[in-house]
Unconditional design. Sequence first.
Length: 415
Amino acid sequence: MEGSEQTVLAGMLQSAEDAAPVEAVEAVTGAIAAGLDATGVSLLIADLGGRALVRLTHQPTSGGPGRRQGEEAAEVMPFDGGPHEQALRQQTTQVVPGDGRWTVLSPVTDRGEAIGLLEIDLPAEPDADVIVEVARAAHALAFVVIANRRHTDLFEWGQRSTPFTLSAEIQRRLLPASFTCEAGAFALSGWLEPAASVGGDTFDYSLARDLLHVSVTDAMGHGVASALTATLGVGSLRNTRRRGGSLVAQAEEANRAVAEHANVRGAYVTAVLGRVDLPTGRCELLNAGHVPPMLVRAGRVVPVGLPGNFPLGMFPDERFRSGEISLLPGDRLVVVTDGMRERNAANLDLPAALLDIAHLHPREAVRALSDAVLAAAGPVLADDATMLVVDWYDGHGPRRSSGGADTARTSSHPR
């Protein structure tokens, strides 16, 4: 088996390097099919809405299901609770018998980010060795996708079920490249459910050797003006963070940047900034006029009390203060924006909802919480609803993973 795996992986890498970025996945899946004697192979990528998979194909002739852009086609496959959805949610390979064939569905994942699924059709029932080989090929495919999506819009286009406005396009660029990250001591995931007129929400995170940086921000207003204010705030926070500035320094620099450079008079950004010391669980938090973060601990949800600060940009010479909490194994830190609490969304009992999804991996929890907000507020939100969930496990160091995910902490379909 080892020699066969090496042959498949070597063929994948060579095919990816030889092909143009827009053709890399097609070339790699072809190499996988040849290596496994498959009758069919596809990459299904996760839709940006988090509620479907998308099959991308190149079809020189007209016709066929799904959206089209020239000769590119995107077929949306909504989640239905079946094996495709379960393979993605549970991060486990599924084997599905069919009419004269067997379909193997294996997660394409990196550090907990569920990129999609590798779907392979085989003429005979696969044995355990073949299933392992498919899973490893799917994991390798994750790196091919990550490397090549930097050079083409194809994957981004395929993931967009609905067109973006200009403000949504700007906002999208402010979000991290991956919405989920797993490590030995923690797992986190963020989600943004946009309003009809984008409301300036963002979330962000970054890992240093022994520190986890997180932020959730909400720029005042809606549309392009709000997105530009958010750009100022997030850009400043990242710049100070990358220069090694403290949490207070990040807030004070962003405060001055928004006050001095925003093109809307009186513009401001509310924010929660956080920094977790990974060896100890010491968590420093700074609240700048934002909805208080919440701590889910031992079956209770409590707001985290922090020193009060004005929003960023309101008073350019303002000084800021932070507070601290100590995270315990099993804790969940949740930060949301006021779109989760405004108007019809306020009908959602947020503490009860957080307890109801406490068993879910952060990757699934943020989507379940987003669904709950939409159910309470209707299909169109009055304001962006953004959330960041951080689960603290303790034990800073290497994590245990299989195929790109920590399968011991995955979750099935939400209740």
